[in-house]
Design a protein around this ligand. Structure first.
Ligand code: SAH
Ligand code: SF4
Ligand code: F3S
Length: 430
């Protein structure tokens, strides 16, 4: 049986697109290989959000070139955001002639056709097709407990540092009823956690009030399950969404609300369209409706012209908000973006110092929070068992491990936190 291996480099949307590609390949009779070495088709589903993501892809291409030399019939495909970046597809075609298929983010639903071309020894290069939505069926999901569902594609926000609007195209939403039907089918087939995906879910179908309507429409199915969504842009998070979240226990008590910086001056340069005060008022709104809500965020250091004082504003902000979880990034120049042309780029040594300080600060905050949960009981969805320990998450997105067995996987259980070690919660079923 012919085998494929997909290397995934990006965000949850990228992970979900790998599941769609896997669906196409299974449908053609291929099965998953354990590694690149073991595969007849290798796909690199790429990301270009930061330079480090691209470096990983380019590094792996070196290794794949050697595999292809040993195995000339190997098919190598590259897709995702990287080939959509201006000049990159042509660069890859020139520098890596061993790649058979180069496609982007808008046309992976056509992968079966591209594969036929490649099997006939013809090279494929097809990027920037239309900006349609890319529905594929059947999807080969990585988990039988948690599932991703796309509700939107693309982004219109043009945050000045970000490449996504250039590589994913304009914002477009899926049909409301189609989303409801997909989620209903997933819940009916036993999925317990559904994450709705979009770069800016709050502007689903153009904005207010459609996203809250969607959330309400997704919270009426029978059985215990949880709906999460990602990502919310703070400027578009409205009270009707918060109200909807509070109105149903099927909607998780969790939000990822990227702040990016704690300095108004930097936020303006980032084109984020909110101030720290606006942001904090959304946090207060969320906590007034849902006191136990878990909040996570993305925060970047070293944006052009960021001073020590700007950086300290970010530290003060995380102290004020006390995030459950913080994803920290070093600003990475992306060609074609507005910020790349700004004066005052910060050198890497300084950016590295700042991120180390930020990580240490968040560790401290997380640790104090974790200690405060000792004795609390959470409703936990168990998503895995490693032979010794079960792992799962609470509605407010806290990760908790506890003794159990394989039969707990896919089940909701009440877990009382007994210990907090290095930010990690450990508990037992009660
Ligand atoms: N649409 C989402 C997430 C986009 S990318 C949102 O608006 O939040 C995920 C995160 O990567 C961003 O939130 C940002 O913190 C980070 N990021 C984006 N571009 C970056 C860049 N050029 N350098 C460093 N981090 C970046
Ligand atoms: Fe990038 Fe901003 Fe769009 Fe998020 S909202 S994808 S950070 S441009
Ligand atoms: Fe996601 Fe990376 Fe593209 S973060 S949208 S895969 S650039």
């Amino acid at each position: 049986m012919k085998k494929f291996f997909i290397n995934t480099y990006g965000c949850q949307m990228n992970v979900h697109e790998s599941e769609k590609l896997a669906g196409i390949l299974y449908n053609r009779g291929y099965v998953a290989a354990k590694s690149n070495e073991d595969a007849d088709i290798i796909i690199l589903n790429t990301c270009c959000i930061r330079e480090t993501a691209e470096t990983r892809v380019l590094g792996n291409l070196g290794m794949i070139k050697k595999l292809k030399e040993k195995k000339p019939d190997l098919i190598v495909g590259i897709c995702g955001c990287m080939p959509q970046k201006e000049g990159t597809a042509e660069y890859l075609r020139r520098r890596c002639p061993f790649i058979d298929i180069i496609i982007g983010t808008h046309n992976m639903h056509l992968f079966s056709q591209y594969l036929d071309e490649a099997l006939a020894k013809r090279k494929v290069l097809d990027i920037w097709d239309s900006e349609g939505t890319i529905e594929c069926s059947p999807i080969r999901r990585n988990s039988s407990v948690s599932a991703f569902v796309n509700i939107m594609y693309g982004c219109d926000n043009f945050c000045s540092y970000c490449i996504v609007p250039y590589v994913r195209g304009r914002e477009r939403s899926r049909n409301f009823d189609e989303v409801v039907a997909e989620v209903r089918a997933l819940v009916e087939s036993g999925y317990k956690e559904i994450t709705l995906l979009g770069q800016n879910v709050n502007s689903f179908m153009g904005g207010k009030p459609y996203f809250s309507k969607l959330l309400r429409a997704l919270s009426v199915f029978d059985g215990e399950y949880r709906i999460k969504f990602m990502t919310s842009h703070p400027k578009d998070l409205s009270e009707d969404v918060v109200e909807a979240m509070a109105s149903s226990d099927k909607l998780a008590d969790y939000i990822h609300l990227p702040v990016q910086s704690g300095s108004d001056r930097i936020l303006k340069l980032m084109n984020r369209k909110y101030t720290v005060k606006d942001y904090l008022s959304k946090i207060d709104l969320l906590r007034s409706y849902i006191p136990s809500i878990g909040i996570s965020s993305d925060l970047m250091v070293g944006f052009p012209t960021e001073t020590e004082e700007d950086y300290m504003c970010s530290e003060r902000l995380i102290e004020r908000v006390k995030y459950n979880n913080l994803f920290t990034f070093i600003y990475s120049r992306r060609s074609g973006t507005v910020a790349d042309k700004m004066d005052g780029q910060i050198d890497l040594a300084e950016k590295t110092k700042r991120i180390e300080r930020l990580i240490a600060k968040q560790f401290e905050i997380g640790n104090t929070l974790a200690q405060s949960y000792i004795g609390t009981t959470f409703r936990v969805l168990c998503d895995s068992f490693d032979g010794k320990t079960c792992f799962g998450k609470s509605s407010c997105d806290k990760s908790i491990s506890f003794p159990g067995d394989q039969s707990n996987v896919g089940q909701f259980v009440n877990v009382k936190v007994t210990m907090a070690k290095n930010n990690k919660l450990i508990g037992e079923i009660v």
